[in-house]
Design a protein around this ligand. Structure first.
Ligand SMILES: Cc1cc2nc3c(=O)[nH]c(=O)nc-3n(C[C@H](O)[C@H](O)[C@H](O)COP(=O)(O)O)c2cc1C
Length: 141
């Protein structure tokens, strides 16, 4: 079992969502599993999408400059973290009736047209699958 754990709370020791994620992972250990856990803590802030990023993303891969490739490198890393996992545990604090802005930044960086989704018949269609499993489990806490 390869877990990608996303923490989105701005709080650390006092965070309930982090406690819940800890409990799930501890529970898996208690059941005899040895999950391989990668943690992406969004308390370490991700950059906001900007014009350079959008231009790089909409430039065909073979035409991208080195600068554009560098601009997309973090997004590539975040997507690779998802692709390497068969289970995602996403700890979500509720801020002002919505998800934390930190989690929205992560979503913006992993939603890449023609890489992680395409529009097909007017609807978005996901392109990602896990190497271990044809589908990825999402656990939202
Ligand atoms: C800035 C801020 C905004 C919040 N907004 C809401 C809200 O709109 N609705 C709600 O039910 N709780 C709200 N809460 C309470 C949090 O959802 C609650 O404290 C939760 O435990 C946060 O997750 P965490 O403990 O993992 O940080 C808010 C808390 C903070 C700090």
């Amino acid at each position: 079992m390869r877990i990608l754990r996303i923490d989105s709370s701005a709080q650390t020791e006092t965070s309930q969502s982090r406690r819940l994620s800890n409990r799930i992972i501890d529970g898996l250990h208690a059941l005899g599993n040895s999950p391989d856990v990668t943690v992406r803590d969004l308390e370490k802030r991700l950059p906001q999408l900007d014009r350079a990023w959008i231009e790089a993303n909409t430039t065909p891969i073979d035409d991208r400059t080195d600068y554009q490739r560098k601009t997309l490198a973090l997004s590539d890393t975040l997507i690779a973290e998802i692709e390497a996992a068969d289970t995602l545990i996403i700890g979500v604090a509720l801020y002002n009736f919505s998800i934390p802005a930190s989690l929205k930044l992560w979503i913006d960086l992993v939603c890449r047209t023609r890489k992680t989704f395409v529009y097909s018949e007017g609807k978005p269609k996901g392109l990602m699958s896990s190497p271990l499993n044809s589908s990825i489990d999402f656990w939202f806490l």
